[in-house]
Design a protein around this ligand. Structure first.
Ligand SMILES: [Fe+2]
Length: 362
């Protein structure tokens, strides 16, 4: 989908309930999008997430409650409409230059938002070579803060968004030989939306969180985790499309087999296949999860994606072991195009572009 704007172009792609909107400035003049000049944002941060947007039942009520509790407004509730119906949106600021939009779609039946039109043209040629990937929904979105930036951000989510602490770790729990971090996972009342908040901790080398903050020029979204029910299939075909993931050493799998045996955990997936695809495994007393991280999506070592399959594990505790087991420092690299337009039912999810917006079902 794309708009007819002459100042900013936005392309929206969808897979399952995941929507990414990619925006770029078309003219060199100052073009304001969601309160900022898009070109200046790109120059400062590079490619990154601009807006994590939430689908809500009542946009005005959400916005007014958030502003009353101290949120900084970017866009007051605004109704827009076209032949498919109307949508109400509003936007507030969160950490760094990142925003949260509230999107009330109601009975809107268009492809994305008013003003966007479905693109008609040749089908993605890759679909004739590889099958659909099968990513279904956004699982969590992680934000990186500078040193001492985590707790004020956690407090902001508690006070303004009325989220609660779902899980937390300190630097004694998440560290590698060289890098260390602290993290608190914030969740909404229903624990559908999860927003982990990280900050760096001291290690032998600069924390990967500090490296992100340095290259991104401040706080921002570190990664977006996308859930699937068949990660073996998803990783196989993402690799076939050229997506590059972190490499996991064979020693990880030797230790993993011992840990699974000691924990009495039965993983239904073929472990040889899991190892061949370099997928990470972790578990707690409620189940296990499989996950893998892409390399950064741009030259700066900043935002990347995660693919995750949960089998009983609700939280992020399992990720702790994986972070202990491998160096999470991320080299700079490029990845191939991840998302092709797929044919799935509409749902909330995002906006982005070179400054992205996201919508997570609430
Ligand atoms: Fe994650």
């Amino acid at each position: 989908m794309q708009t007819g704007s002459r100042d900013v172009v936005t392309h929206v792609v969808r897979m399952g309930s995941i929507l990414f909107a990619f925006s770029s400035q078309l003219n060199p003049g100052a073009t304001t999008v969601l309160g900022d000049e898009i070109g200046a944002h790109l120059t400062k941060h590079g490619d990154g997430v601009k807006d994590v947007a939430f689908a809500v039942a009542d946009c005005r009520a959400m916005y007014e409650a958030a502003v009353k509790r101290g949120a900084t407004s970017v866009l007051e509730p605004t109704e827009s409409s076209d032949e498919f119906g109307s949508v109400v949106t509003a936007t507030i600021r969160t950490y760094g230059d990142t925003l949260h939009s509230f999107v009330q779609r109601g009975s809107y039946s268009g492809p994305f938002l008013p003003g966007y039109r479905a693109v008609t043209g040749p089908a993605d040629p890759l679909l004739s070579i590889t099958p659909a990937i099968g990513l279904e929904r956004i699982d969590h979105i992680v934000g990186n803060m500078p040193d001492k930036g985590m707790l004020p951000t956690v407090e902001w989510y508690e006070r303004v968004m009325q989220f609660h602490r779902f899980w937390s770790v300190d630097d004694s729990q998440i560290h590698t030989e060289y890098s260390s971090l602290r993290s608190v996972v914030m969740a909404d009342y229903d624990e559908v939306v999860k927003m982990p908040i990280n900050e760096p901790a001291k290690g032998l080398r600069k924390s990967q969180i500090q490296e992100y903050v340095d290259y991104y020029a401040g706080s921002g979204v570190q990664h977006i985790a996308l859930a699937t029910h068949d990660i073996l299939h998803a990783i196989t075909h993402l690799r076939a499309r050229g997506v590059e993931f972190l490499r996991v050493p064979d020693t990880y799998y030797e230790a993993l087999r011992a840990r699974l045996a000691a924990g009495g955990v039965a993983v239904k997936e073929d472990l040889a296949e899991v190892q061949r695809l370099n997928i990470l495994v972790d578990f707690d007393d409620r189940g296990y999860l499989l996950q893998l991280f892409t390399k950064p999506l741009q030259d700066r070592p900043t935002v990347f994606l995660e693919v995750i399959q949960r089998e009983g594990v609700r939280g992020r505790a399992a990720a702790c072991e994986n972070r202990r087991s491998i160096e999470v420092r991320l080299p700079s690299s490029r990845s191939a195009c991840l998302f092709a337009p797929l044919h799935t039912p509409p749902c909330a999810a995002v906006q982005r572009l070179r400054r992205w917006q996201l919508q997570v079902p609430v």
